[in-house]
Design a protein around this ligand. Structure first.
Ligand code: ATP
Ligand code: MG
Length: 484
């Protein structure tokens, strides 16, 4: 992929060993990382970090007094080796403005997170536009991509699992922090949907790839940037605030009613599902696979019940609810009864935070799938109802997260808002898909229950004051099996 750039790729490397000793008695890069990593939001392996193994260092550029390299490293963890990448700038004249991303100092040289350096992000963008190979890294534009290399890069949002650089109003580069060897579904799906002519995704513009554990791996994805867009989550919660500010009005009477947007969003998601089905194909689960599906939901709930008392208390009812769903006509092929369970590639982590209202309509972003799951799981076919269940849960969260007075009137109105928007979403979905997700009631409810149980576990561990939100849904779903 392209030739190497004589300007950017130093002919001699200054690094004396793979462990990161840069000539001198100071600590090696791996030692600096041992202290620095645990404080990083994207660094998942919490707890004591005693060992960082540098696997590869690629010299990217010399810019003024800075030397820039891309570093692949691994850390041990209870669930096996975890792989990460880091872009490091070294300098003797360390500017204060990078204090928040300082990695450490050794032998009078300072190392900082290079992605925050505008000169570095400019080089990265140019390398992609030029299709350069630099050491083991391949920078590549998508065929026909128009990349505005003059746009200035700025890292956005500190609270993400990856690091994203926005270039002016034109593009956004998502640099994957944690790496699983192989092609990232975010890149794979963007490409496929772009080839299908989807108008609900950002344009795929380029990638950075390299070998990780011997496999060709996506290290970063460049896509078009939707300027002046609003996040679905922000719009939905603003709508809920509007409603709560008007004590006497109903959801359809206040200025911030969101239902017409939910309807459009339902249409967009249905179109994306149709395009994914066309691009990657579909399959029908046989009776055994359907049984396995429900068995895995039960097993998931049992696992959560082991450490979350509120789920343990409801476990028998949760088991019964999954049992009812399994019996209620989703038994698939074989006995002739029930609706077949069709599977296809899906988004995998769909919720309002993964949707953007652009100037022209709704876009869906972040096709990585559920970050905690294996790559194989994230690329596997699944029922599109799982995505829809994710949206149903997200409307519930948006309605209930705002806090405010937790009286019964507030709760009633929040529920009404959620129900109204869930209905609108399903109507929009039905208008494009040709079937209404609510007609798949028991299966949709099962996916929703499965998701809500997982959410209870998450909130229990991370945000205990939020635990009642998904727990309420668990209770509602085991009682009535009601979804939208
Ligand atoms: P998270 O861990 O929060 O899911 P992430 O690292 O997976 O984040 P994304 O979800 O892909 O990254 O994007 C993070 C944020 O960047 C989005 O919430 C959105 O605000 C913004 N964003 C992403 N892609 C675009 C785009 N094409 N146009 C405009 N904004 C975007
Ligand atoms: Mg995201």
């Amino acid at each position: 992929m392209g030739e190497t750039s004589p300007d950017l790729y130093p002919t001699t490397t200054r690094y004396t060993d793979a462990e990161g000793q840069r000539g001198g008695a100071g600590p090696a890069l791996s030692a600096l990382l041992t202290t620095w990593l645990p404080a990083q939001r994207w660094f998942a392996s919490k707890g004591d970090l005693t060992e960082v193994t540098i696997e590869a260092r690629t010299a990217i550029a010399e810019i003024g007094d800075r030397t820039v390299e891309q570093v692949l490293f691994t850390v041990p963890s209870p669930i096996g080796i975890q792989r990460y990448q880091l872009w490091v700038a070294w300098t003797r004249n360390y500017p204060d403005r990078y204090a928040h991303v300082l990695i450490g100092e050794t032998n009078g040289e300072f190392a900082y997170d290079a992605l925050y350096d505008g000169d570095v992000s400019a080089v990265v963008l140019s390398n992609i536009a030029d299709g350069l190979s630099v050491g083991i890294l391949d920078f590549a534009p998508e065929p026909g991509a128009e990349i505005d290399r003059s746009a200035h890069g700025l890292v956005i949002g500190a609270e993400q699992s990856n690091t994203s650089i926005v270039y002016g109003n034109s593009s956004i580069l998502k640099v994957f922090r944690r790496l699983e060897p192989g092609l990232n579904p975010d890149a794979e799906v963007h490409r496929a949907l772009q080839a299908a002519g989807s108008s609900h995704i950002a344009a795929a513009l380029g990638v950075i790839e390299g070998p990780v554990a011997g496999k060709r791996t996506t290290l970063a994805l460049l896509t078009g940037f939707f300027a002046n867009s609003a996040e679905g989550w922000a719009m939905a919660t603003a709508s809920v605030r509007d409603l709560m500010a008007e004590g006497d009005l109903r959801a359809d009477e206040v200025g911030g009613d969101f239902a017409s947007e939910s309807l459009r969003l339902g249409k967009a998601v249905a179109q994306v599902h149709a395009d994914l089905a066309a691009a990657f194909g579909t399959a029908e689960l046989d009776a055994d696979a359907v049984r396995d599906l429900f068995a895995s939901m039960v097993a998931g709930a049992e696992l959560v019940a082991g450490h979350v008392p509120s789920i343990a208390e409801h476990l028998p009812a949760i088991r019964a609810a999954f049992g009812r769903a399994a019996a209620a006509g989703v038994s698939s092929t074989g006995d002739g009864a029930g609706v077949p369970v069709v599977v296809q590639r899906i988004h995998g982590d769909l919720q309002l935070g993964q949707t953007l209202r652009t100037l022209t309509g709704w876009a869906i972003i972040d096709f990585e799938g559920e970050p905690s799951k294996s790559l194989a799981h994230r690329r596997a076919m699944a029922s599109p109802l799982r995505d829809i269940a994710g949206m149903m849960r997200s409307f519930d969260y948006a309605a209930n997260h705002s806090g405010g007075p937790s009286d019964s009137q507030h709760a009633y109105r929040a529920q009404e808002w959620a129900a109204r928007n869930r209905r609108a979403f399903c109507e929009g979905y039905a208008a494009v898909a040709g079937y209404d997700p609510r007609d798949m009631g028991p299966l949709l409810a099962a996916f929703e229950l499965d998701k809500a149980v997982y959410e209870v576990a998450y909130e229990h561990g991370h945000r205990p004051t939020w635990e009642p939100i998904p727990l309420q849904a668990v209770v509602r779903l085991i009682k009535s099996g009601e979804t939208a």
